[in-house]
Design a protein around this ligand. Structure first.
Ligand code: MG
Length: 186
């Protein structure tokens, strides 16, 4: 079923994920992908991203980077950003996600997964019933193995956006019909 690939939420960049978005879902910790989610491939995260991570940490949200990339990349960022990190994760396999929540000392239901890939980050998080947030990739530059998957992701995202739009429309119509909200007059 294609719904297994749908994220719970979509954002343009990680900094758009507010503390309240996580609090409202009862989230205590976040599993975050590295490449094209918090930084461009082979580069370090920007100051804005680092500040966003600090904001979450200072509000008690636990962070664990989980990457399919190699040790050297994950460990360097783990030291720099002072967060947990798991490398060679083989997402969407469950093992690394479970290791991450064990490190953070939280339950799957208290965990959000943030990533730019549908078939690894989002599907992997959904398999464990975590709250999944899709982030649009920071740049076009990708490993060739990621690149070949992008057209299939586009298809899934198009389906997701249609469903998301319809759900929001239905909710709005319900609010209008129940008198909770008035439609704007143009
Ligand atoms: Mg990625």
């Amino acid at each position: 079923m294609i719904e297994r690939l749908f994220p719970d939420k979509e954002v343009d960049k990680v900094e758009s994920i507010g503390l309240k978005d996580l609090m409202d879902q009862g989230i205590k910790g976040v599993i975050i992908d590295i490449d094209n989610t918090i930084s461009e491939w082979k580069l370090d995260p920007t100051e804005n991203v680092a500040a966003w991570l600090e904001m979450l940490k200072s509000n008690g949200i636990k962070i664990c980077l989980v990457s399919n990339n190699r040790r050297i990349r994950a460990e360097k960022l783990s030291r720099k950003l002072e967060v947990h990190a798991i490398y060679s994760a083989f997402k969407p396999r469950r093992k690394a996600f479970i290791s991450a929540i064990t490190l953070m000392g939280i339950k799957a239901s208290e965990t959000a997964v943030v990533g730019d890939q549908i078939f690894t980050d989002i599907y992997g998080g959904n398999r464990l019933n975590m709250f999944t947030i899709y982030v649009r990739p920071i740049a076009d530059r990708d490993h060739w193995f990621v690149k070949i998957k992008r057209p299939f992701e586009k298809y899934v995202l198009a389906k997701f956006r249609v469903r998301d739009f319809e759900q929001k429309e239905r909710r709005l119509m319900w609010k209008v019909s129940s008198g909770e909200r008035k439609l704007k007059k143009h």
